[in-house]
Design a binder for this molecule. Structure first.
Ligand SMILES: [Zn+2]
Length: 254
């Protein structure tokens, strides 16, 4: 019997994840959280244009109450002494040690940024980290060797042309949808209507927790909850983490 999987994927390990997790638990949904082990507790503010976070300001040198050209929301990372408790029961994946653009790194830096992060997170959370998300969506092909050396089995890009198929190359796993899309519910309806005939289907939904704080038409907490409610109402969809979806479906070539 072919199956349909749905997974959420959240980046950066933010304070907003606490509220996200409350809702995920309420609807019995899994998720993968991509963390940077070198940035726990780091605080910045994120300025948005439309529904996109565009610029980060360090909290120590930023007054959110002052007048600014862009609206800002907090991008506060959960402190190290809280993370194990907060993410209990969810899949932890890597996002590099200090959120670097891998396309601009040397091979040695890539191996350190990925390898050290995977090792630190695996140790901290007591689970073997096998997932990854490319910071800034820079899915540089040249990262493949460093990812494989670190034991990473799947890596998420920020491209939305993933459709509902499992990727041929799990190190370039594209999204089915970024929640800020105006077509989010349309995409979900297409997924619910799709029949998994020759292969399992996979819907991968991406978000940064801070985006729900935008409070815009396409990016807000109410929409997040409605997405969860809509997906959870479909009994034939398995709601799990990315790693669980890959494990249950199987990786290409074994
Ligand atoms: Zn990120």
């Amino acid at each position: 019997m072919r199956k349909k999987y749905f997974a959420w994927s959240f980046d950066d390990g933010l304070e907003q994840d606490k509220r996200i997790i409350e809702t995920l638990r309420q609807y019995g949904m899994g998720a993968t959280f991509h963390l940077n082990s070198g940035l726990f507790g780091d605080k910045t503010y994120e300025g948005r244009i439309g529904n996109l976070g565009m610029t980060e300001k360090p909290a120590a040198r930023f007054d959110p109450a002052a007048r600014h050209l862009l609206p800002y929301v907090p991008h506060f990372r959960i402190p190290e002494d809280e993370v194990c408790q907060v993410y209990k029961g969810f899949e932890i994946a890597s996002h590099t040690r200090t959120h670097v653009n891998l396309a601009r790194c040397s091979e040695e830096e890539r191996r350190t940024q990925i390898g050290d992060d995977v090792a630190a997170l695996s140790k901290k959370f007591g689970q073997q980290v096998i997932g990854f998300a490319y910071p800034y969506g820079t899915d540089a092909k040249q990262s493949a060797a460093a990812l494989k050396a670190a034991g990473v089995r799947y890596a998420r890009t920020a491209h939305t042309e993933g459709g509902f198929r499992f990727p041929q190359d799990p190190l370039r796993t594209n999204l089915s949808c970024w929640h800020i899309s105006s077509k989010t519910f349309q995409r979900l309806e297409q997924f619910f209507a799709a029949e998994p005939e020759d292969d399992d289907l996979f819907f991968l939904m991406f978000a940064h927790g801070y985006e729900f704080d935008f409070g815009t038409k396409e990016s807000n907490w109410d929409k997040f909850e409605r997405i969860c409610e809509t997906v959870a109402a479909h009994d034939d969809v398995v709601c799990c983490s990315m790693g669980e979806a890959f494990r249950l479906h199987g990786y290409p070539h074994g």
